[in-house]
Design a protein around this ligand. Structure first.
Ligand SMILES: O=C(CO)COP(=O)(O)O
Length: 249
């Protein structure tokens, strides 16, 4: 059985006050037991969030990491530093990093290796652009991104990943993939994983991301190959995010 995972990617949003409010709202055992939930705030809030979330089921995630272990890399943050601050998950290859920071599949592979080496769970983000979808190239685009990272990894390391399918055209646009569209690509991903390693295909969690909200989450999460969500805008409001978590339970 795959435990559902709901992860809230705050992107470059948030404040000390928002971290505090999440710690308060999620305190206690109000969430379904068989559910993993993570909040992914910007770097400066990680330490505060670790303390604020101590009495909640919320795990901590980071939005990116350096592929390098240490040294002269101004502005970068290493996997070991994230681990030292209680981070469990780290996003790798988010489409905003690919589009605006020039990150390639080769970069994603190096970051995944760095994360695994420090004991973090990499959440590898893949997804097609609108142009690729309209050209009928969704499957090739998504499986190409996956293959570049998963193929060179050995079986043990592959099993420690989470995969997030985020169609680029659905991110921050309010234009959610329909449950059928999302399921079709997730199924392609699962089938491809099966060809790589059948155990892996059964155990790896596949998240959907792209305009997921409280009012469409249940329908998306009911799809057989969708094991959770990577939520952007709707993860910023505590009530909305809480409602999404409840629909995953
Ligand atoms: O990019 C996303 C999460 O990583 C999705 O963002 P939105 O939910 O705002 O579309």
């Amino acid at each position: 059985m795959r435990t559902p995972l709901i992860a809230g990617n705050w992107k470059m949003n948030g404040s000390a006050e928002r971290v505090r409010a999440f710690g308060e709202a999620f305190a206690g055992d109000r969430l379904p037991a068989s559910l993993d939930v993570a909040v992914i705030p910007p770097f400066p809030y990680l330490d505060q969030a670790r303390r604020a979330f101590a009495r909640t089921p919320l795990a901590l995630g980071a939005q990116t990491l350096s592929p390098e272990p240490a040294g002269a890399h101004t502005g970068e943050v290493s996997a070991a530093m994230l681990a030292e601050f209680g981070v469990a998950y780290v996003l790798v290859g988010h489409s905003e990093r690919r589009q605006h920071h020039g990150e390639t599949d080769a970069d994603a592979y190096r970051r995944v290796c760095a994360a695994l080496h420090a004991g973090l769970v990499p959440v590898l983000c893949v997804g097609e652009t609108l142009k690729q979808r309209e050209a009928g190239a969704t499957r090739d685009a998504v499986l190409g991104q996956l293959a570049a990272v998963l193929k060179p990894l050995d079986a043990d390391r592959r099993r420690r990943l989470v995969i997030a399918y985020e169609p680029v055209w659905a991110i921050g646009t309010g234009r959610t993939a329909t449950p059928e569209q999302a399921q079709a690509t997730m199924k392609d991903i699962r089938t491809w994983l099966e060809s790589l390693d059948s155990d892996l295909a059964q155990t790896l969690r596949l998240l959907y991301g792209g305009s997921m909200k409280a009012d469409n989450a249940a329908e998306l999460l009911a799809q057989p190959d969708i094991d959770g969500g990577l939520v952007g805008g709707a993860s910023l409001q505590v009530d909305e995010f809480f409602a999404i978590c409840q629909s995953a339970g």
